[in-house]
Design a protein around this ligand. Structure first.
Ligand code: SF4
Ligand code: SF4
Length: 259
């Protein structure tokens, strides 16, 4: 039944986790939860538009805002499910979720957590957004994934600021976090942003990952048709994932372009 729903919603890869197993959640947005949750349907939304040589942003940002695209697909699936099971509650989330998404995706059999701290899926490598539908309906949970992380350590080696180590991931050291910070940057922060050369994000630990070899350009047509790999000042940001922080984008652009 779920296969047909997801096909109608244009979602090719999904799995089911038992809600109880995904706990504890993130604490974030917990007020949007409801009683009696049984299952989490985890969906992958691929966004990659290819290497786009000369881009000045991370790959996820090249196409349209992935939150919006994912929400369009997830809302179709959610509406079909609501109609099919009117006695149950269904609610979808993308990114800003009360569920720890990578963990839920692993539990739903969609892949493994790589040393780069991201979901590595068989179909899209790390190049996808994770969305989920939370429901009071009990669906059969998916089998464990046979996916893998090679444990090659390349992601740790290339990380420009030691955010990845054998012990795990330190968000505060991640350039993708630093270049989104609103607070004043230190000279060291600026040097890192310049080194990576992006107005948002950082692809070092994913472009080097052998598990992404097959995942170039696997994104949905919504992303490919809207690809703008180079930001220039004055660009319309209304449908971009980084458009909610225009001051940061402008600041980062100055940093990466000044001599
Ligand atoms: S995104 Fe960049 S800075 Fe962050 S963990 Fe990966 S390589 Fe390190
Ligand atoms: S670069 Fe190697 S160690 Fe890092 S996530 Fe990819 S396969 Fe795993």
């Amino acid at each position: 039944m779920l296969d047909k729903v997801m096909e109608a919603a244009g979602i090719k890869v999904f799995g089911v986790a038992d809600y109880e197993e995904t706990l504890p959640g993130t604490g974030f947005k917990q007020r949007e939860m409801f009683d009696g949750i049984q299952s989490v349907i985890v969906c992958l939304i691929p966004w990659d538009t290819g290497m786009n040589e000369g881009r000045n942003m991370a790959r996820y940002a090249v196409g349209r805002n992935y939150h919006e695209v994912a929400a369009e697909h997830l809302s179709i699936a959610t509406e079909i499910l609501k109609r099919a099971f009117p006695e149950d509650t269904f609610k979808f989330f993308v990114d800003s979720s009360p569920i720890a998404e990578v963990r839920a995706a692993v539990l739903a059999g969609l892949g493994v957590r790589g040393k780069n701290n991201l979901l590595i899926s068989k179909e899209y490598g790390t190049r996808c957004a994770i969305g989920e539908i939370i429901t009071t309906r009990k669906f059969a949970k998916s089998k464990k994934s046979v996916g893998t992380c090679f444990d090659c350590g390349k992601c740790i080696k290339v990380c420009p600021n030691g955010a990845l180590t054998e012990k795990g991931y330190e968000k505060e050291k991640c350039v993708a976090y630093i270049n989104q910070m609103k607070k004043e940057l230190t000279p060291e922060d600026e040097a890192l942003i310049k080194k990576v050369g992006f107005i948002c994000g950082c692809d070092c630990c994913t472009d080097c990952c052998p598990m992404n070899r097959h995942a170039d350009g696997t994104g949905l047509k919504e992303f490919k048709e809207s690809a703008k790999p180079v930001y220039t000042p004055g660009m319309d940001l209304s449908d971009r994932s980084y458009g909610w922080k225009p001051a940061n984008v402008e600041r980062n652009y100055k940093i990466i372009t000044e001599d």
